[in-house]
Design a protein around this ligand. Structure first.
Ligand code: NAD
Length: 525
């Protein structure tokens, strides 16, 4: 799969630990799965550690290394609760979700701090992650009094036609670590308002933020069995969830490679499968752009969340007339970024998620220099001295003179690395921009409305920005991508309701006689 985990592995005492560290580890909290309204340990009794990527001596908690049997129990629990929840009127379901929004608001600061501790991004960004869950909760809970269907004329007299939404049933939610509260909420809240029961399998690296969300669901009074959470290894419990015959829908966000495995498991049993996967997003900078603004957008897009966003700006295609000026300024800004522990308010860029991520990102940096022959304009190194000694830090890295076909310009690096590619024209820029296997997000910086609209029309992506970076989605607009990024579904907006409900067409004939569609044609009078 995309990368191995920082945390999964059985809990064992580390031989090299001093007495102090060993004592600190003894006081580490143990968390549980949430099944049928009960907090329970893994049936095998084993746990894995969730450690701080900015300081791996800091163990945040132990989480159940669950088994297939635990997952089966969670699925049974969701099955038992399904009818009760489905028959709870949608406005009542939504009331609980509004309460959930209030609870999230109340704990926003703590949840953000805990998220920074478990996955590294800076406090402002983790605050944004929790806020996205809050926004999603309030926005989607409003659907409890809408969930609109439609009526339409029937082809016969005295016949009524309408379409209503019905819940899908049991939904399995499999989520990544980079938005550990926002992404689970994007799936959980719409699933619930639509009347489904769920089992969440959070990413191994970030179970605490999903635990906080599920704990808030409990506090909001969502009945037992409606929301279940099972932590552990994706290849074990994630795979068990994806292949279980009772689970009608899998909503997955993660790498394209894992998404393909999940989709195959769903295809085997004709389950619905919604996939949100990788990206290789692009900013186009035209010769008439506000260069300073474009540089700010590129810095935020490339180095926000240390480049570990599905919408990260990992390519910048720049018109040759402003190429030197833009690249120089981008390099200066990248050099000036303050890298450190995200919990420090001065920090502008935190660590990457785990040791495997460090290995993968440094591998791409080496590929960029050796195999690809691009110019390493700044960065390129792991930071591991002094304050960085115990964390997974990498310098903000800019490659210039990158050719569109190079691996660093084609593959998702998922780290603080961006590739600057020169171009001669808008047409060429669009061709380069579309010339990757992904299609999530794209942006253009230009003062010319005609160029902006031309690029908007030609870019085959799910999201497009004008004079703004490739990141910054809002919950009331659909979110998702084309090609290897998705399989045609959209989360967020009202479009997400099409994932978590199925349409039922209803015909009511009040003529009192047999009327055969397409056969008993009524002539105009
Ligand atoms: P990943 O694919 O490694 O893991 C995602 C989830 O799948 C985890 O919960 C994992 O445990 C689970 N999993 C692993 N193997 C499984 C299996 N065989 N069966 C079922 N589940 C399994 O991804 P990640 O490293 O957590 O996240 C990074 C990736 O996610 C990047 O590619 C990024 O672009 C993508 N992402 C996409 C979006 C989007 O909306 N398009 C948003 C965020 C992240």
């Amino acid at each position: 799969m995309a990368q191995a985990r920082k945390a999964v592995g059985r809990t064992t005492a580390k031989k090299s630990e001093g007495a102090g560290a060993a004592k600190a580890r003894l006081s580490v909290k143990t968390y549980h799965n949430y099944i049928d309204g009960e907090w329970t340990r893994a049936s095998c009794g084993e746990t894995f550690e969730n450690v701080n990527p900015a300081d791996t001596r800091d163990c945040i908690g132990r989480f159940p290394l669950s088994t297939v049997e635990d997952m089966s129990r969670a699925i049974d629990s969701a099955k038992n609760a399904a009818d009760r929840w489905r028959h709870t009127p949608a406005p009542r379901r939504a009331e609980m979700l509004f309460r959930l929004g209030e609870i999230l608001m109340r704990h926003k600061e703590r949840f953000a701090a805990e998220m920074t501790r478990e996955m590294g991004k800076v406090l402002k960004e983790t605050g944004g992650d929790v806020q996205e869950a809050i926004d999603c909760t309030y926005y989607t809970a409003g659907e409890g009094r809408r969930l609109h269907g439609f009526t339409t004329p029937a082809e016969m007299p005295s016949k009524f036609a309408m379409c209503v939404r019905q819940p899908v049933g049991l939904c399995g939610l499999i989520t990544p670590w980079n938005f550990p509260m926002a992404i689970p909420s994007w799936k959980l809240i719409p699933a619930l308002v639509c009347g489904n029961t769920v089992i969440i399998k959070p990413a191994e690296d970030t179970p605490l933020s999903t635990y906080n969300l599920v704990k808030a669901c409990e506090e909001a009074g969502i009945p037992k069995g409606v929301v279940n959470m099972v932590t552990g290894d994706g290849g074990t419990v994630g795979a068990a969830l994806a292949s279980h015959p009772a689970v009608r829908l899998i909503s997955f966000t993660g790498s394209t490679e894992t998404g393909r495995v999940v989709a195959s498991a769903c295809a085997e049993r004709n389950a619905i499968c919604s996939l949100e996967m990788g990206g290789k997003n692009v900013i186009i900078v035209m010769d008439d752009a506000d260069v300073d603004l474009a540089v700010e957008g590129a810095v935020w897009g490339a180095f926000g969340t240390s480049g570990q966003r599905c919408t990260a700006s990992s390519r910048v295609v720049v018109h040759k007339k402003v190429y030197r000026k833009f690249t120089q300024k981008l390099v200066e800004r990248a050099k000036s970024l303050r890298v450190g522990n995200g919990a420090d308010p001065q920090t502008e860029m935190g660590p990457v998620i785990n040791a495997d991520a460090v290995h993968k990102i440094l591998g791409y940096i080496e590929t960029g220099q050796r195999e690809d022959g691009a110019t390493l304009a700044t960065g390129g190194n792991r930071l591991d001295a002094g304050e960085y000694a115990h964390g997974y830090f990498i310098e903000p890295t800019v490659f210039s003179d990158v050719a569109p076909g190079m691996r660093i310009a084609q593959e998702e690096i998922f780290g603080p690395v961006t590739a600057v590619i020169p171009t001669n024209s808008l047409e060429e820029a669009v061709e380069i921009a579309n010339g990757v296997r992904y299609g999530l997000s794209a942006a253009i910086y230009t003062q010319d409305v005609n160029r902006a609209f031309r690029a908007m029309e030609e870019m085959y992506t799910g999201i497009f920005y004008v004079n703004s970076s490739t990141i910054g989605a809002e919950v009331h607009l659909p979110f998702g991508g084309t090609k290897a990024t998705g399989n045609g579904h959209r989360e967020a907006g009202t479009q997400v309701l099409d994932i978590f409900t199925e349409w039922k067409s209803v015909y009511v004939d009040y003529s009192g006689k047999l009327q055969r569609a397409q056969i008993d044609v009524v002539e105009p009078q």
